[in-house]
Design a protein around this ligand. Structure first.
Ligand SMILES: Nc1ncnc2c1ncn2[C@@H]1O[C@H](COP(=O)(O)OP(=O)(O)OP(=O)(O)O)[C@@H](O)[C@H]1O
Ligand SMILES: [Mg+2]
Length: 231
């Protein structure tokens, strides 16, 4: 079966401002199969977020390719990239980035509305996703009226709104207390096992990493370890 994600020779350099160049990623070759849950771990500053942002087309590589379902994403124009970002990948960040002036339901609906889905349909699907993350009773709350863990669950529902091929999560529980983190991990776990969602999650949390099928360790800009989790 064709892999869902294929990266080849990904590098990312940043200009340092003093004429130098910081080489963050130094050739990342990665294959992820459909339905796989992959945890990416490694020390701070090693390039985990950079890698995730490139896979999600929030950033561009200095060199190398990213293919999703056989399509080289950076070969498309800006319009295709925007479509890819909005409909093929879902993002969950450490800080949820919910829109403060909108309710939980409206926040979840947003990606579908941007993609041109009818309002009534978007509302129906958003409500069912809020039910799935156990927040149906908070649909009308604004982010400021929700706990941190609840806000993060809204962000999960929003990330799933357009049924992304690939769910990308960057420290999704990094900002939560232990109980809320556990709840979020359970949620991601259920999602991946029941729905067969492909997930790449960057985390410092080894409890979350242990739930994955596979753990990849980045060090010095490279993949230094790639192992299947024992189940
Ligand atoms: N826009 C930028 N311009 C210059 N350097 C950057 C930029 N973004 C990130 N970097 C540098 O690239 C390196 C990798 O950053 P990245 O955010 O990918 O690390 P990370 O592995 O996610 O770390 P953490 O675990 O702390 O989140 C860091 O040294 C950072 O300082
Ligand atoms: Mg990071």
């Amino acid at each position: 079966m064709q892999p869902i994600l294929f990266t080849s020779g990904l590098t990312r350099n940043y200009e340092t401002g003093t004429g130098g160049s910081l080489k963050v990623l130094k050739g990342i070759d990665l294959v992820v199969r459909r339905g796989e849950v992959v945890a990416i771990i490694g020390p701070s500053g090693v390039g985990k977020s950079t890698l995730l942002h490139i896979i999600g087309a929030l950033d561009r590589p200095t060199a190398g390719t990213v293919e999703i379902d056989g399509q080289a994403i950076f070969e498309g124009d800006e319009h295709q990239l925007a479509r890819y970002r909005n409909t093929e990948v879902g993002f969950i960040f450490q800080f949820h980035h919910l829109l403060q002036e909108f309710t939980a339901l409206e926040n979840v609906m947003m990606p579908a509305l941007i993609a041109g889905v009818k309002r009534s349909e978007a509302r129906k699907r958003a409500a069912s996703l809020l039910r799935a993350v156990k927040l149906e009773s908070r649909a009308g709350h604004r982010p400021g009226e929700l706990s941190g863990g609840e806000q993060q669950r809204v962000a999960v529902a929003r990330a799933l709104m357009n049924e992304p091929k690939l769910l990308l999560a960057d420290e999704p529980s990094g900002n939560l207390d232990r109980a809320s983190a556990e709840e979020l991990h359970r949620l991601l776990w259920n999602l991946s096992r029941k729905a067969g969602q492909t997930i790449i999650v960057v985390t410092h949390n080894m409890r979350l990493a242990q739930l994955a099928d596979r753990i990849i360790r980045l060090e010095d800009g490279k993949i230094v370890e790639d192992k299947q989790n024992e189940k």
